[in-house]
Design a protein around this ligand. Sequence first.
Ligand code: ATP
Ligand code: MG
Length: 329
Amino acid sequence: MDIVLSGIRSTGRLHLGNYFGALRNFVKLQREAECFFFIADYHALTTHNDPGLLHENVRNVLSEYLAAGIDPDTATIYVQSDVPQIAELSLLLGMHAYVGELERTVSFKDKIRKNPDNVNAGLLTYPVLQAADILIHRATHVPVGKDQEQHLELTRVFARRFNNIYGVDYFPESRPYNFGAELVKIPGLDGTGKMGKSEGNGIYLTDPDEAIRKKVMRAVTDSGPTVPDSPVSEPVENIFTIMKAVSEPAAISFFREKYASCEIRYGDLKKQLAEDIIKAVAPIRERIEAIRADGAYLRRVVALGAEKARESAAKTIADVRGMMGIKPF
Ligand code: ATP
Ligand code: MG
């Protein structure tokens, strides 16, 4: 049976990118394979280290997982820091990760450019910890968005290297997964780049209808096409990209044709997009607050998940220690 693993950093509320890039697929996969979904609080610390906020953020992501439809009795849902074997595997894999390859990671270069005052070692070794997250359960399928493609490539490099060095066929080739389709990249509505928790450009699963309408109506566009069949500019293409996730194909082709014939009205396009986003988000939003307020339920979910995740992780760590020559007396 396939083993599926994925996680989301506890750095803020979840947005459309997290949902269409990752969370929606978690829900679809949970009955098809053995699934592990975690809340990446160690990863959050590389950029978000406010002790007053971390726990609330973990609680938020947990509540949003559950509200989106992950069933804790079917899939294993856990908090990363509840499973110490992940940190140990990260340390062990780090012995065979080269500083040069870590420094060349696009996300590392991007993060140090944005935060030149906090170029911490955790940022550099982020892909090692991520490989440990995946390999601790020997996961084969990793449902993630397009932004994670390069990290997954590194996970495969580390897995292959480990297998070669120790002469084993132990770690699998973990692949990003989106049911055979291209990985998803939901753009921001600010004209360029991806939607991100840390970018301040999110449409969140918790946003009320009115907030969604406001954000969509403020989306960056351009002055409109004047020549038939002109190419679509990046900000307008971004609107179409989000529509692809939430709207009916007929609505998309209607506006594509209007664009091609220079009759498009961006106001109408945005209205359609806002209503389609609301249709996708509102049912999830309605469940989040009730789940978030139910402390006893959340405690039960986290305890159950930690137990299941530790059991799987302990087995891998025992194997890896043996392969590397760490042996009991
Ligand atoms: P941060 O800005 O704090 O890194 P994030 O929004 O990038 O937050 P992550 O926790 O890094 O979210 O990623 C969680 C999952 O959501 C990953 O699988 C990632 O690929 C996916 N994801 C994040 N942003 C997008 C996006 N804009 N489009 C598609 N998938 C996305
Ligand atoms: Mg991210």
